[in-house]
Design a binder for this molecule. Sequence first.
Ligand code: SF4
Length: 330
Amino acid sequence: MNAPPRDLLNNPRSDWTRAEISALFALPFPELMFRAASVHRIYFDPREVQISTLLSVKTGGCPEDCSYCTQSVHNQTGLKATKLMDVEAVLTEARAAKEAGASRFCMGAAWRNPKDKDLEVVCTMVEGVKALGMETCVTLGMLTAAQALRLKQAGLDYYNHNLDTSPEYYRHVITTRTYQDRLETLGHVRSSGIAVCCGGIIGMGESQGDRIGLIHALATLPVHPESVPVNALVGEGTPSADASPTLDPFDFVRTIAVARIVMPKSMVRLSAGREGMSAETQALCFLAGANSIFYGSKLLTTPNPEADCDRALFAKLGLCPMPLDAKADG
Ligand code: SF4
């Protein structure tokens, strides 16, 4: 089977059908990997991996009921809620992240949506991190159009808001807000001119059809998200983690590969769950077109491989951090 025609790849499509995505998932594994690796090379240097660091600037106590999340008040995980961090403490963490090689600093707050007074504090954080010469990303829950514009004005580069799963499976995961709510926030972010970081979680007991539905929902957004985080469920002690079967690493790698093929210019990020993956599985993910990771010992509240392990893995695989100004070609 041949790679897709080049002209098709130069104009990423937003009209993928579920049948087409399903057919990609059904490819023999070596063929799928070959296709994904071929697409990856059209837009990116496959040796380069973008490195982000994620800091939880306000942990726990979230009123939403996301069943995979340790920060929800609905899930009894024993996590201690904290207040919004001081700006100076955040900037100290950002400086350390930069020294460790991160080019993007992501800040997460466990809110349903930010209050305007808290948003102002986050805007000050964004301005401070930008002044260090790093890209910025925040994830704060649902936004109004005015809040998205305020973040843009502060210089925010990316806003993370995940679709999590397929539209059909969503109600099994979250009941306190709708898929449409998520799409509306993504629309506000896109309209404000902030780049979109949007992906999902694999391994929450969803079917293959739901994985197809998630990738379809992402790939048929009017503009593909610039960053697509693909998470493997972790969330120890949460209803999702307690109820879900162990994720087959090949299913995870397949999802990365299909995301790479249908969203060829996006950064596909290997996100939560990396701690539990073997070096071999991570290597397959990079081969399948993942070209972004989180660095640092924690992803919000989830353990993440220590930076030294990552450096050793990069050295073993011949990978290097992507320079800040590297963008998808074409
Ligand atoms: S995923 Fe976000 S919105 Fe959902 S419970 Fe966790 S912190 Fe709240």
